[in-house]
Design a protein around this ligand. Structure first.
Ligand code: BGC
Length: 519
């Protein structure tokens, strides 16, 4: 053995010896800490360790109670059999909705009968009122499946969700006016107004609420969810409301198309992926649009029925099972239903979408605290505040893979001001978020399965999906895929779920372009 090797082995054995001493000291300390910490926290489960010759008894406060876990699991889990029943029922409801008006599923004909070729060109404005934001976009289509977009974004305040229709639409027109002026690059100062008057624009309006669409550029709003309760919108033609606001603000803008965000998503994804037949939104709200054969839409009596082969149907699937026949709902879901506007409406949406998931979790947490199953040091006024537990918190908690669930601790202790949480508390909250998040993904998958089955597209098609849940919520798309496999078996492999982007901007512009081609 040479000198260097001898040094190496000596170093190694000394290192091992030092490490093993350090390890025993460390284990002793950890055991001591565990015992002291455990003895301080009560009540907790008693665990008997069989590790040593003398059995050590200590309190374990790391795992939530199995009874509580089991109860929550059985409340929020939707098994494969139930998923299949949901799919079957949705297909029945889809058929009814295509047959006649006034059904649980509205199945609204969008009047969009063409899909884009990718060769569309031109510059269009698009307005997008979704739920959380209002956007103004200028979309320049390049004719090669590409587009340039300039946009301005405005958060919709709670006050704006309550203001009279005219005031809200005046706000939209003001945003558009400002946006257009900002876009004037070579116009001398002081000449903006003259330029504004000299020009005209074509616009696609994405209005993501239930609208009974009477033409490509006409539609009466029948229902507003997502916290909007503006007097004067439900029952009115929203294009007329917008055109009148433009007139009041001296803007020469022609609204060419009224678009639901799901239709926009389908069209904008089809622009880059021609096999797209379905558009889904999984965000603040949820909904789905798909391509239906004209002969399967007996209630549609428009002129297009004569020559068009297919039409995009805006399902408004948020109201699926409003008559409550198939989806099991917990007492917490019912509480959420009662406390948001429109009790008894939007059953499917209230179990799936971002607007509601956090509130379901909050109701469960409040109950667990009341029963002494969580946060033994008590809850907090913040936790008791309606809607204080945002769905974004669930995302953060589900993404927390630290050993001590430190990020979950920040959400609970720093943001919601819970005085003290144990690891068991944090694990329980994390499991709860997983259960509610998973149920949402599985129900969404059941919806997609129903649509592709009804379309007879099990041999393959692409589903373009947009919205914060699908894009940002951890594991959401995988959970959807798992559930699709459970429902459709091997055929699930033919259904491609793809992230779609900006259906509400680019999609609306494309639909305006398609409508313009038809003129
Ligand atoms: C609306 C739909 C919309 C969906 C997603 C629902 O609340 O009724 O029209 O497509 O939200 O934004």
């Amino acid at each position: 053995m040479g000198d260097n090797q001898a040094h190496f082995w000596l170093g190694l054995t000394t290192g091992i010896a030092v490490c093993s001493v350090a390890f025993s000291v460390y284990t002793g300390m950890v055991l001591h800490q565990t015992l002291t910490a455990a003895s301080k926290s009560a009540p907790a489960q008693t665990v008997v360790s069989k590790a040593g010759p003398a059995q050590i008894q200590f309190q374990q406060d790391d795992s939530p109670s199995s009874e509580t876990l089991e109860r929550l699991h059985s409340m929020f889990t939707i098994n494969s059999e139930k998923l299949n029943q949901i799919v079957k029922h949705m297909i029945v409801e889809m058929r009814k909705g295509l047959q006649a008006d006034g059904q649980a599923l509205l199945m609204i004909p969008s009047h969009v009968v063409n899909r884009p070729t990718g060769r569309e060109v031109g510059s269009f404005l698009a307005l997008d009122l979704g739920g959380t934001n209002f956007r103004v976009c200028e979309v320049v289509l390049d004719g090669h499946s590409g587009a340039r977009v300039r946009q301005s974004k405005h958060t919709i305040t709670d006050a704006q969700k309550h203001m009279p229709a005219n005031e809200l639409f005046d706000f939209f027109a003001d945003c558009v006016r400002k946006f257009l002026i900002e876009g004037f690059v070579n116009v001398p100062r002081g000449k903006e107004e003259a330029e504004l008057q000299a020009r005209t624009w074509k616009l696609g309006f994405t209005f993501s609420f239930a609208v009974n669409q009477t033409a490509i550029d006409r539609g009466i709003c029948v229902y507003m969810g997502k916290g909007f309760v503006n007097p004067g919108i439900v029952g009115s033609d929203v294009v007329v409301l917008l055109q009148e606001a433009f007139k009041r603000k001296n803007l020469n803008i022609d609204v060419q198309a009224l678009v639901n965000d799901t239709t926009g998503t389908l069209i904008s994804h089809a622009y880059i992926q021609p096999s797209t037949r379905v558009g889904v939104i999984l965000g603040t709200g949820t909904n789905c649009a798909y391509v239906e054969k004209m002969e399967n839409i007996p209630k549609y009596k428009g002129d297009d029925a004569e020559y068009a082969k297919e039409m995009i149907i805006n399902m408004e699937w948020g109201t699926f099972d409003d008559e409550q026949v198939v989806i099991p709902r917990t007492k917490y879901d019912k509480r959420v239903d009662r406390t948001f506007n429109q009790e008894g409406k939007a059953t499917f949406e209230k179990l799936i979408s971002g607007m509601y998931l956090g509130e379901i979790v909050r109701f469960v947490i409040v109950d667990l605290v009341k029963n002494g199953e969580l946060f033994l040091a008590g809850g907090s006024p913040e936790l008791n505040e309606p809607r204080s537990f945002e769905t974004a918190f669930m995302s953060r908690i589900e993404r927390d893979h630290t050993l001590d669930l430190n990020d979950t601790r920040s959400v609970l202790e720093e943001m919601l001001k819970i005085p003290r949480t144990t690891l068991a508390d944090r694990r329980l909250v994390k499991t709860l978020c997983e259960l509610v998040g998973k149920r949402s993904a599985r129900l969404s998958a059941a919806g997609v399965a129903a649509v592709v089955t009804k379309m007879n597209k099990l041999d393959g098609c692409t589903v373009g999906i947009d919205g914060s849940l699908f894009e940002l919520y951890p594991h959401f798309s995988n959970r959807m895929r798992d559930a699709l496999r459970e429902i459709l078996g091997i055929s699930a492999e033919n259904i491609v779920l793809e992230q779609a982007r900006d259906g509400s901007g680019q999609g609306a512009a494309l639909i305006a372009a398609l409508a313009n081609e038809g003129n």
